[in-house]
Write a protein that binds this ligand. Structure first.
Ligand code: 6GU
Length: 292
């Protein structure tokens, strides 16, 4: 996976690229990151890359010419055809499904806008998509670019240890993570849930799944409304062979025999987007409910 970052502030990325799993992945050539300073493509002596907006208003806008030349230099370089992404708070919201589809690309160019944004004509000419990392405003696309690189790289084969990828598989149902604990067993008078100490793999898996559902219901109840989740969770739960199942059944609304998907959810226009083909779950086609 190749990431090319177009930015006015390449130094922001130094420690991000020099530490931990990202540094290891770069070392192993699992990922490649190229930093391109847009200012290098300015044609005046002062290397101007931004200007005031037509029509007035606060802030500055990235000038079209330096950015277009920077993009041309990358697009004319050899390699796979890149996906060109403009990072902006007015873009499509990034979530794990979108991360998965971004990871299908061999090469991604990330445009880090600054100030008030990027001249629209460059976006119209070059960008395949615009992407936001959340509903809040940042100073520029540099932190979002790091978010994209990290989230996408984690899906690159070999980036994570085997353990982590297995963990990810069990959490790919769109639930929040169950709470985790480490030694010491007793901390300030608080013990670790006994189910985690049993050593029984199936019991532990069932407990964690129940905890994940409970946590999700408490913090992000809307995630439980996602069409398909009911079937996926039920399936995951059914794979677990555990005496604990009977006990945890109450915390898994998904598993109630009489539960049906509400018509409201059935007609959710987001349903199709939430379940991109062959990306979310391998098993989704088998588990789809009959829909009339
Ligand atoms: Cl991609 N850019 C900026 N400037 N702010 C943001 C963002 C992007 N995503 C959320 N806030």
């Amino acid at each position: 996976m190749i990431f090319e970052i177009l930015t006015l502030f390449p130094d922001i990325f130094s420690s991000f690229l020099a530490e931990s799993l990202i540094a290891k992945a770069l070392g192993k050539k699992l990922i490649q990151v190229e930093l391109v300073n847009i200012r290098d493509f300015a044609d005046d002596r002062r290397r101007t890359a931004d200007d005031r907006p037509f029509g007035g208003g606060p802030g500055m806008v990235l000038k079209p010419q330096p950015l277009a030349l920077a993009l041309d230099s990358r697009l004319n370089s050899p390699g796979p055809k890149p996906l060109v992404v403009n990072l902006t708070p007015s873009g499509r919201l990034l979530d794990q499904n979108l991360v998965r589809s971004l990871a299908q690309n061999e090469r991604i160019i990330l445009i880090c806008g600054r100030y008030e944004g990027v001249d629209q004509r460059v976006i119209d000419l070059y960008a395949d998509m615009e992407l936001s990392i959340g509903d809040y405003v940042l100073n520029g696309g540099e932190v979002p670019a790091m978010v994209v690189i990290e989230a996408v790289s984690r899906l690159t084969p070999g980036f994570m240890g085997k353990t982590q990828s297995l963990l990810d598989e069990s959490h790919s149902y769109g639930l929040l993570e169950a709470p985790v604990y480490t030694r010491p067993r007793l901390f300030r008078g608080m013990d670790v849930p006994e189910q985690l100490l049993s050593g029984h793999h199936a019991q532990i898996a069932a407990f964690r799944l129940a905890e994940a559902v409970a946590k999700t219901r408490e913090v992000r109840p809307e995630l439980l409304d996602r069409p398909g989740l009911v079937e996926e969770t039920a399936r995951a739960f059914n794979r677990i062979d555990s005496p604990l199942k009977a006990k945890t059944d109450n915390s898994l609304p998904a598993l109630k025999a009489d539960q049906e998907i509400s018509p409201e959810l059935e007609s959710n226009p987001l349903a199709a987007e939430d379940q991109p083909a062959a990306e979310t779950t391998v098993e989704s086609s088998e588990t789809k409910p009959e829909r009339s």
